[in-house]
Design a protein around this ligand. Structure first.
Ligand SMILES: NC(=O)c1ccc[n+]([C@@H]2O[C@H](COP(=O)([O-])OP(=O)(O)OC[C@H]3O[C@@H](n4cnc5c(N)ncnc54)[C@H](OP(=O)(O)O)[C@@H]3O)[C@@H](O)[C@H]2O)c1
Length: 225
């Protein structure tokens, strides 16, 4: 069975992704900060604070030698929701970058060998349409800039790992009903998770040129940078 390593698997879109992969028979390694109160049937949970190098190293040792078909960096924050530039502190902006931009890249480095040793060889990153400069609606300085920077970093990574057969994709999950997305959102977590899984499922080294370094909506349509 293929294996996925998924961050932020305890709630929201990550939980729905975990449940969708379990239902499809995958081995699911889920991470969250507090494993004591989480129990999703079929998910092997490990503790991970994505900004802590020691926490990443601990997880790395726990999955040492295992092939990971899909590494999915999903955990993220939207700390400046509803805040203007003048209400946003440097600390909030830097923390947003740490969680949304830097941590996914550190995790990609930590697990690239596991991914390269798998069949599918995929690194997926939950970004956001709010990262798109072409579709920018303004505001949300920290969140938007952190996800735009993530997109650039993933595109850089896609060039570095291409020769190993690894494909890196960034995905917009839609506007989704979660703690982050709110109750007015367009789609359910199930619709988002199933849609994104359908986008990622066909990716393998043979189709690398159609996916590596690209930005997709949850329905598979391309999103402009
Ligand atoms: N919802 C939307 O409409 C929407 C739209 C576009 C993009 N996205 C993106 O989709 C992803 C998931 O969003 P969501 O709506 O499911 O959000 P959510 O319900 O707020 O869940 C966020 C997840 O990220 C985890 N997380 C946050 N900071 C972390 C840290 N420092 N270390 C480890 N885990 C951390 C949370 O863990 P805890 O439970 O420990 O806090 C939680 O599992 C995010 O990257 C988000 O930017 C969402």
């Amino acid at each position: 069975m293929p294996t996925i390593l998924l961050t932020g698997a305890n709630r929201g879109i990550g939980k729905a992704l975990a449940e969708t992969y379990v239902a499809d028979g995958w081995d699911v390694i889920g991470t969250c900060r507090d494993t004591s109160s989480v129990n999703i049937k079929g998910v092997e949970f490990h503790s991970l604070e994505v900004t802590e190098p020691d926490s990443i190293e601990h997880l790395k040792q726990a999955v040492d030698g295992r092939a990971i078909d899909v590494l999915w960096n999903n955990a993220g924050v939207y700390l400046d929701k509803g805040k203007g530039l003048n209400q946003l502190s440097d600390e909030e902006w830097l923390k947003t970058f740490h969680i949304n931009t830097i941590a996914p890249m550190r995790l990609a480095s930590a697990f690239v060998d596991n991914v390269a040793n798998s069949n599918n060889k995929v690194m997926a990153f939950t970004s956001s349409q709010m990262a798109s400069i072409k579709r920018n609606g303004g505001g949300a300085y920290a969140y938007r800039s952190s996800k735009t920077a993530l997109n650039m970093a993933v595109n850089c990574l896609s060039q570095e790992v291409a020769s190993r057969g690894v494909s890196c994709v960034v995905l917009h999950p839609g506007w989704v009903e979660t703690d982050m997305g709110g109750s007015e959102a367009d789609i359910t977590v199930e619709t988002s998770a199933k849609g994104m899984k359908n986008v990622v499922d066909p990716i393998n080294p043979k189709l690398q040129n159609s996916y590596n370094g690209l930005f997709f909506n949850y329905d598979g349509s391309p999103i402009p940078w």
